[in-house]
Design a protein around this ligand. Structure first.
Ligand code: G6P
Ligand code: MG
Length: 218
């Protein structure tokens, strides 16, 4: 594997915990349809696109809805989600993320975003993190969902680096598979039992550094 020139970050669950807001909005949609939606159910939606999330929700509730209704409900869910997102502040950036970005910048490593979210720009702006990114690829730029590597390959291409010079940071299994499918190395953020396909796993960015990443990847 080549030298590390760029790091590509997933957003939800890596840079910020938006899962709690997705959960509130999906739960109120489920309740409106007459069934419950638990936090455990919510785990199944991590890294999954908005429309696929709705399909999983329908499966859980045992409901069948036509396409037009699905689009309407997904839009309604997003409206509620946005109410929370628009109240977010830089305080919600996960611990250690900003220090790690600063460390990468100081070492001349490029930073990209590789997220399935169509709200990624809004979230980055709320967190005041947009200026850190040399390239941004989100759910509005891709047609294939993770584990397809499209989102990460586009990021690498925008930065002008080969996949073997990029490292992906992901909290979802599908995202780790996407990185591997794209020929990139991958650091899992979360628990090693779940993210066992990553090159290595850390619980978060607190105390993490470029050196620790390099030695973990060796
Ligand atoms: C990320 C999250 C998912 C979410 C998806 C789409 O991958 O982990 O839970 O469903 O983005 O997000 P959006 O903001 O476009 O609804
Ligand atoms: Mg994620």
């Amino acid at each position: 594997m080549g030298a590390i020139s760029a790091c590509i970050f997933d957003l939800d669950g890596v840079v910020v915990d938006t899962a709690k807001y997705h959960y509130i909005a999906w739960k109120s949609l489920a309740n409106g349809l007459g069934f419950d939606f638990t936090e455990e159910d919510n785990e199944r939606l991590k890294g999954v696109s908005r429309m696929r999330s709705l399909e999983i929700l329908m499966e859980i509730g045992g409901v069948d809805l036509d396409e037009e209704t699905q689009l309407k409900l997904a839009a309604k869910k997003n409206e509620e989600y946005l109410e929370y997102i628009l109240k977010m502040t830089p305080d919600e950036i996960l611990p250690g993320v900003k220090d790690f970005f600063e460390d990468l910048k100081a070492k001349g490593i490029k930073i990209a975003l590789g997220s399935a979210s169509k709200n990624a720009m809004t979230i980055l702006n709320q967190l005041e993190l947009t200026p850190y990114f040399d390239a941004i690829v989100d759910g509005t730029h891709v047609s294939k969902a993770k584990p397809d590597p499209e989102v990460f390959l586009k990021g690498a291409e925008l930065l002008g680096y080969d996949p073997e010079n990029c490292v992906v940071f992901e909290d979802a299994e599908a995202g780790i598979e996407a990185a591997i499918n794209g020929g990139m190395r991958c650091v899992g953020i979360g628990s090693p039992e779940v993210l066992n396909k990553a090159n290595f796993v850390v619980p978060g960015f607190e105390g993490f550094s470029f050196e620790k990443m390099e030695s973990g990847l060796k």
